[in-house]
Design a protein around this ligand. Structure first.
Ligand code: HEM
Ligand SMILES: *[C@@H]1O[C@H](CO)[C@@H](O)[C@H](O)[C@H]1NC(C)=O
Ligand SMILES: *[C@@H]1O[C@H](CO)[C@@H](O)[C@H](O)[C@H]1NC(C)=O
Ligand SMILES: *[C@@H]1O[C@H](CO)[C@@H](O)[C@H](O)[C@H]1NC(C)=O
Length: 509
C-alpha cells in the first residue's frame, strides 16, 4: 500500500519532470533567444521610486510614450508594458514600408488576440468577413441608409433624454451607449431585433463584460491562467453572452432563410446580418454560431468606440461652449439646403462639426498607440534594425498628434483647425482633413490594410447624434465644475469618465 503510493508519487514526479523539460524546451529556450535579440534594441527605462514598472505603465503610459518619442524620435525602442515585455515602439516614418508587409509577417488579428486573451475570452479577432462586409456593403450603403439611421437617432434620443425644460443633469455616456446600441443595431441586425431588450443588453454590455474579463485575466500570472482563467466569474459571464447571442439570432436567421426559399416575392432586408448571410458561405460563416460570433465581434469593434468618441466630443464642447452656436448655425444651414433631411450631402456640409470631432479625437484618441501588430516573421527595417518574431509593434500615435511639427501649436485645442485647413482650398486639403482620414500622422482609426473599415458609418452616426443634440439642446458643465472631466487611463487605452453628468436644457424654438 505504502509502496504503491510511493511509486505513484515517484511516477507523478517523473511525469512532472518530463513536463517541465518539455515546458523549458517549448517556452524557455525560444524566449532566451528572443530576449537576446530584443536586447539589441534600445530600451526606454521608466522606473518611478521603486514601484513596479508594470504598475507604472498602467497609470502613466501617456507620459511614457511621449518621453520615449522625444528621446528616440526616429529610432525603434522597446518598453516593458503591463501586458508583456515585448512591446517595440516604431517611429511613424517606417509606416509606408510596414504597410507593404503581408499579414503573414505583421498580424493585426494576432496582436488583438494577445491583448484580449482570446484563448479564454473567445472573441474572434480573425474574421475577415467583417471588414469585407463593412467595406463592400456598409460604406457604399450609407447614402441609401442615412434617412433610416437618422430616424433611429431621433427616436433613440427622444427615448433616452429627459424633458430638460430647465437645466437638467444627464449622465450622457449612459444615454449615448443606449442610443448607439439602438442605432447600430438597426444597421447590424435589422428591424426585427434592434429594439429587442436582450439584443440591446448584449450591445451595450458585451464590451464592458469583455474588458472586465480581460483585466481580470491580465492580473493572473501567465502560467496559472489555463487553470484559473476559465473559472473567473467574468469569463463565465462571456459564455452566457455567447449563448444568448445565438438564441437571439437563431429565429431571425431561420425566418429569413425560410422566406428566401419559399416566398418568391420576398425582398431581402438591407442590413449587416443579411450581408453577412449573403457572404457567409465564402468565409465558412453560415452557421448560427459563427454568425453570432461575428456579430459579437462587431459589437466589440463598434459600440463602445463610437460611444466614447461621442462622449469625448460632448465633454469637450461642454467646456468650450463658445463653439455651440456657430456649429448649430452650420447644422441648421446644411439641413435647410437639403430640404430638412439629414442626407449624406447635408452631413458633408457640416465641416465645422467634422473639424471639432476630429480635433477632439486628436486630443482624446481611443488609445495612446496605434498600428498594433504581432510580428510573426522577423524582418529588417530600412535603417538596419532587426525586429524579431514574437514581439508586438506599435506606433506612438498620441505623441505624434501632440508634436507641433505635425500640428502647429499641437498642445492647443482648436476646434476649427481642420475646417481652416479645408478652407485653404484644393481638393487635397479638402480630402485630407476629414474626420475619417487616416495617414501617417493621423492614426486614431489605425493605418493601412486594417484601418477601421467602420469609420465612415461611425462618422455619420456620431455626426447625426451630435447634430440632433445641438439642434435640440444647450449644454454645459455643472455649476462649480470649471474644467473638462479628465479622461481615465489604463495602460495604452483611455476613455472618458462614464460616471459624470452634463447639464442640458431644451433650445426654445
Ligand atoms: C469612433 C468609432 C471607432 C473607432 C475610434 C474605431 C477604431 C478602430 C481602430 C483603431 C481599429 C484598428 C485599425 C488598425 O490597427 O489599423 C479598428 C478596426 C476595426 N473596426 Fe473600428 N472604430 C470605430 C468604429 C467602428 C464601427 C462602427 C465598426 C463597424 C461597423 C468598426 C469595425 C471595425 C472592424 C471590423 C475592424 C477590424 C478591421 C480589420 O480586421 O481589417 N469600427 N477600428
Ligand atoms: C447593461 O447592464 C446593466 C447592469 O447589469 C443593466 O442595468 C442595463 O440595463 C444593461 N443595458 C441594457 C441596454 O440592457
Ligand atoms: C497589471 O497592472 C495591475 C495594476 O494596475 C496589476 O494588478 C496586475 O497584476 C498587472 N498585471 C501584470 C501581468 O503585470
Ligand atoms: C494627414 O492628415 C492630416 C490630418 O487630417 C492632414 O492635415 C495632413 O495633410 C495629412 N498628410 C498627408 C501627407 O496627407
Amino acid at each position: 500500500m505504502e509502496l504503491q503510493s510511493l511509486t505513484g508519487a515517484a511516477h507523478t514526479l517523473q511525469t512532472f519532470g518530463i513536463a517541465s523539460v518539455v515546458f523549458v524546451l517549448l517556452w524557455f529556450l525560444p524566449r532566451i533567444r528572443l530576449e537576446a535579440r530584443l536586447r539589441k534594441l534600445p530600451a526606454y527605462v521608466y522606473e518611478d521610486s521603486g514601484k513596479k514598472t508594470a504598475t507604472t505603465y498602467m497609470t502613466s503610459a501617456k507620459r511614457i510614450y511621449i518621453a520615449g518619442y522625444n528621446k528616440f524620435k526616429n529610432h525603434v525602442f522597446r518598453i516593458s508594458t503591463n501586458e508583456s515585455i515585448d512591446t517595440v515602439v516604431v517611429p511613424v516614418k517606417f509606416l509606408p514600408e510596414l504597410r507593404k508587409l503581408p499579414d503573414s509577417v505583421l498580424s493585426f488579428p494576432e496582436a488583438v488576440a494577445d491583448l484580449l486573451h482570446t484563448k479564454y475570452t473567445k472573441i474572434s479577432t480573425d474574421e475577415p468577413i467583417s471588414a469585407h462586409v463593412a467595406k463592400a456593403d456598409l460604406t457604399p450603403a450609407l447614402a441609401r441608409l442615412n434617412p433610416i439611421i437618422d430616424e433611429e437617432v431621433e427616436q433613440a434620443m427622444a427615448e433616452e433624454m429627459p424633458p430638460c425644460e430647465d437645466w437638467t443633469e444627464v449622465y450622457i455616456y449612459m444615454k449615448l451607449v443606449n442610443a448607439v446600441a439602438k442605432v447600430s443595431g438597426r444597421v447590424f441586425v435589422g428591424p426585427e431585433l434592434c429594439r429587442n431588450k436582450e439584443y440591446l443588453d448584449a450591445a451595450a454590455n458585451y464590451t464592458l463584460d469583455l474588458i472586465s474579463a480581460q483585466r481580470k485575466i491580465s492580473e493572473i500570472k501567465p502560467w496559472q491562467r489555463p487553470f484559473l482563467a476559465p473559472r473567473l466569474k467574468e469569463v463565465k459571464q462571456l459564455r452566457i453572452r455567447e449563448e444568448k447571442a445565438k438564441e437571439i439570432l437563431e429565429p431571425v436567421v431561420n425566418a429569413r432563410r425560410e422566406a428566401e426559399k419559399n416566398d418568391p416575392t420576398y425582398k431581402k432586408p438591407d442590413d449587416m446580418l443579411q450581408w453577412l448571410m449573403n457572404r457567409g458561405s465564402d468565409y465558412g460563416r453560415d452557421s448560427i454560431e459563427s454568425l453570432a460570433k461575428v456579430q459579437l465581434g462587431l459589437i466589440f469593434a463598434a459600440i463602445h468606440t463610437t460611444t466614447l468618441t461621442a462622449t469625448n466630443i460632448l465633454y469637450t464642447m461642454a467646456e468650450r461652449t463658445e463653439y455651440i452656436q456657430p456649429i448649430r448655425e452650420e447644422i441648421r444651414q446644411a439641413m435647410a439646403d437639403n430640404d430638412g433631411v439629414m442626407t449624406y450631402r447635408a452631413l458633408q456640409q457640416m465641416e465645422k462639426l467634422d473639424s471639432f470631432m476630429k480635433e477632439t479625437m486628436r486630443f482624446y484618441p481611443p488609445g495612446f498607440t496605434s498600428f498594433n501588430r504581432k510580428v510573426l516573421r522577423g524582418f529588417t527595417l530600412s535603417n538596419g534594425q532587426y525586429i524579431p518574431a514574437g514581439v508586438t509593434i506599435e506606433v506612438p500615435s498620441h505623441a505624434v498628434y501632440q508634436d507641433s511639427s505635425n500640428y502647429p501649436d499641437g498642445d492647443v485645442f482648436d476646434g476649427y483647425r481642420f475646417y481652416k485647413l479645408r478652407q485653404q482650398g484644393g481638393a487635397q486639403n479638402h480630402a485630407r482633413n476629414q474626420f475619417v482620414t487616416t495617414n501617417e500622422t493621423n492614426l486614431a482609426f489605425g493605418y493601412g490594410r486594417h484601418a477601421c473599415p467602420g469609420r465612415f458609418f461611425a462618422s455619420n452616426e456620431i455626426k447625426m447624434m451630435l447634430a440632433r443634440t445641438l439642434l435640440e439642446y444647450d449644454f454645459k458643465l455643472p455649476e462649480g465644475v470649471t474644467e473638462r472631466y479628465p479622461n481615465q487611463e489604463f495602460g495604452r487605452s483611455t476613455s472618458p469618465d462614464a460616471a459624470k453628468p452634463l447639464l442640458f436644457k431644451k433650445v426654445k424654438a
